[in-house]
Design a protein around this ligand. Structure first.
Ligand code: G6P
Length: 367
């Protein structure tokens, strides 16, 4: 059956509003809410017996992979190499015997990632794909596939499939951590509990729509926008910038907050909004001090944080949006939602073709 827009103006808006349901469905697929245990189907490799993991993907799926790298390295102490498929396939990467890879793709048809998949398999790697389309080429040609339960995604710019990819990767990171004896049952339960809080917090963020639309009115006036984040929030800064570029055609860059002083700080003036992803937690102080530097140079800091980070940021930020507080582990999933929503509202204000942005395709099946 054809998928409709329902009461929404665009597929993208509808799909943004599906975040809570999609996250709930995807988490329930891999996590038992009663026992708080991650339950993965049989994987094509044993995470306890590999020495290194390759992640390959394109576009937003690659940014999900970057978050996956932070999580898997932290929780499972497994070295991860994450690259965009178009680079990976041509850089002749050394791949040790018995290695493993995770390929991430909404469509499961992206040409560069298909080529990466074939290259990996020829090099004797065991490949697990994380896809949204069960009958896709990638799902079929991989040694195993995990599904994101996002349903059909029509908007060209990925939204709910991205957070669903993050949900699967979060479960994988926990599962790998347990398999490699890096996580206790207690740790696993605590992390699972945090993940299970995501859907209801996602719904609460969607209720903050008016606030995000106000921020969008400021951003829509800009010619350049900077997104900053640290740790697993850095790939979310990249996702915010990517989404804004894709659908509003405003130039945006995502940067690791600590790297700002090595370049982008030269751009900062009162015309460039600095969107900061700054939840409370171990990286808060460092990020806040980077932001304060931006403000000291006339930068207009617009920060996303939680109730605990609010007061410190209000001292110098022009705008602070207070999101629900959640355990640090799940912040990348949650903070992806307002940055996607922000891009959506900016695009609507600019009057662009939100669901079919110029020059872009939903699934890029040519090189
Ligand atoms: C296109 C889409 C992006 C998507 C990327 C990767 O560029 O516009 O939203 O992230 O392809 O697609 P895939 O289907 O492999 O996730």
């Amino acid at each position: 059956a054809a998928v409709g827009k329902g009461n929404y103006r665009h597929f993208m808006e509808k799909e943004l509003h599906e975040h809570p349901a999609v996250l709930g469905d995807t988490l329930r697929q891999y996590l038992d809410p009663k026992t708080l245990e991650v339950r993965l189907p049989r994987l094509p490799f044993d995470p306890a017996r590999i020495g290194r993991l390759t992640i390959s993907a394109c576009g937003s799926a690659f940014l999900a992979g970057m978050v996956g790298r932070y999580w898997i390295e932290q929780l499972a102490r497994l070295p991860v190499d994450a690259d965009v498929a178009s680079e990976f396939r041509y850089r002749n990467p050394p791949l040790a015997d018995g290695g493993a890879a995770i390929l991430i793709s909404q469509s499961g048809e992206t040409a560069d990632n298909m080529a990466a998949l074939r290259l990996l398999r020829e090099a004797g790697q065991r490949v697990l794909s994380v896809v949204n389309v069960p009958e896709s080429s990638m799902a079929r040609e991989s040694d195993g596939a995990l599904l994101t339960v996002a349903g059909p995604e029509i908007g060209v710019a990925s939204t709910k499939a991205f957070t669903a990819q993050l949900a699967v990767l979060a479960c994988l990171a926990i599962g790998f951590g347990r398999a490699r004896r890096e996580l206790s049952t207690l740790d696993e339960g605590r992390l699972a509990q945090t993940l299970l809080e995501v859907p209801s917090h996602a719904a609460a963020i969607l209720e903050q729509d008016a606030q995000i639309r106000e921020l969008a009115m400021e951003v829509a006036k800009a010619r350049d926008v900077l997104f900053l984040g640290r740790g697993a929030m850095y790939p979310i800064a990249l996702e915010g910038a990517l989404k804004l570029k894709e659908i509003s055609y405003i130039h945006a860059e995502g940067y690791a907050a600590g790297e700002m002083k090595h370049g982008p700080i030269a751009l900062i003036d009162s015309d460039v909004p600095v969107i900061a992803l700054c939840p409370s937690g171990p990286l808060f102080e460092k990020t806040a001090s980077n932001l304060q530097e931006a403000a000291a140079r006339g930068g207009r800091v617009m920060a996303f944080t939680d109730a605990e980070g609010e007061a410190a940021l209000r001292r110098f930020a022009e705008r602070v949006i207070v999101l629900p507080r959640i355990g640090e582990f799940a912040t990348p999933i949650l903070y992806a939602i307002p940055v996607q929503l922000l891009a959506y509202h900016v695009a609507v204000l600019k009057g662009t073709d939100v669901d079919q942005p110029r020059n872009l395709a939903k699934s890029v099946t040519v090189e």
